[in-house]
Design a binder for this molecule. Structure first.
Ligand code: FE2
Ligand code: FE2
Length: 359
């Protein structure tokens, strides 16, 4: 069954809404509590030490010389004026403010909102990075070749550094942290709670990583201090390698899959996309600012600026999906139904200031 406006399978949205309702009722997105999953996987060791995957090996080699140290390669002396006035307001930003539910609280509140949004985004990066660390460790465990195991293992080390750097930024500079959003937690459960390795790889390497990389590359036009811009520049370099590793690992996998198994993957991609879109309705931020969640979410869903931001960062995901053979008509249609594809079929280019968030 499909939505009237076209393309998102209604059951995907219904399932996402039902899951998030349960999650919110259970206190997700509010409490910092552990997430535990029991997953049976095929742990593999290989005695084949002859390298046979030169492209994966070359990614591993690149990773070895690209290591950086979160303690010494980041200028932690940079001050972060969290909560201060944000001087450079574009006409675009003012128009967004005036259309937002924050307008009635006055101009000062717009700055508060933008800083809170930054704190929320970095917090979700942090939680996603921890998920990426665990997913990479899983891939090291289940990958059949030594090259892939090594690439996944060095990725796990990269992700540990990303966790470190975002955690330090939040704790030392912003002195605040948002809990994992219900939508991200659900997505991480889907990705890590599945014993099929390709689901973990698609969810993490193709969707979460590509999205994060795109968001990091827009940091200059999204974030409000030099320290986070420096951090995201360093992290984005690593993420580009991780997406490439995901694409290499998954190449050819879907050509050999049965129709039913492949349909399962399409559904997973759409559910992940729906959860991602839902995450960017910023319900946790509205709640912290005392704006009714539904009103804030409605603004985030329909605001041109927010829609354009979601579409821009999703461009990297659609490219990666295409590269592994998962951007089928059904998936493309579903993404269009979620407003995650640019109107008219063109692709937004990353890096343009106008594509940044509320600046
Ligand atoms: Fe990462
Ligand atoms: Fe990564």
């Amino acid at each position: 069954m499909w939505h009237a406006r076209g393309q998102v399978p209604a059951r995907v949205n219904a399932r996402v809404n039902a899951r998030l309702a349960v999650a919110l009722a259970a206190g997700y997105g509010g409490a910092m509590r552990e997430l535990t999953m029991r997953v049976p996987v095929d742990t593999k060791l290989t005695w084949q030490y002859e390298m046979r995957e030169p492209r994966v090996l070359s990614l591993y080699d690149r990773a070895k010389v690209s290591q950086w140290n979160a303690s010494t390669d980041v200028d932690w002396s940079l001050e972060v004026p969290f909560g201060a006035s944000i001087a450079d307001d574009s006409r675009y930003s003012i128009a967004s403010f005036e259309a937002s539910p924050i307008a009635r609280r006055g101009r000062r509140m717009w700055d508060v909102f933008r800083w809170e949004l930054q704190a929320w985004m970095v917090s979700q990066f942090l939680h996603g990075e921890q998920g990426a660390m665990v997913a990479a460790a899983r891939l090291a465990e289940v990958a059949p070749s030594l090259e892939s195991k090594s690439c996944a293992a060095i990725q796990a080390a990269d992700e540990a550094r990303h966790v470190e750097v975002f955690s330090r930024y939040l704790h030392e500079k912003l002195h605040t942290i948002y809990p994992v959003s219900a939508a991200l937690e659900s997505l991480l459960q889907d990705i890590l709670g599945d014993s099929r390795w390709d689901i973990t790889a698609v969810g993490m390497q193709i969707i979460v990583e590509a999205l994060a990389m795109a968001a990091f590359r827009l940091a200059d036009s999204t974030f409000h201090d030099d320290l986070i811009k420096e951090i995201t520049r360093l992290v984005a370099r690593d993420e580009a390698r991780h997406v490439s590793f995901g694409v290499l690992s998954l190449q050819g996998v879907y050509r050999e899959m049965s129709r039913a198994e492949f349909a399962d993957r399409e559904e997973m991609v759409l559910e992940a996309a729906s959860l991602t879109r839902r995450r960017f309705l910023l319900e946790d931020v509205w709640q912290r600012l005392g704006i009714p969640r539904a009103e804030g979410a409605e603004f985030a869903a329909t605001s041109e600026m927010m829609m354009r931001y979601r579409q821009t960062i999703f461009t990297k995901v659609t490219t990666a999906l295409r590269n592994v053979g998962l951007l089928t008509d059904r998936v493309r249609s579903g993404l269009a139904g979620l407003d995650l594809l640019p109107r008219g079929g063109g692709e937004h280019s990353l890096g343009s200031r106008q594509n940044g968030l509320i600046r």
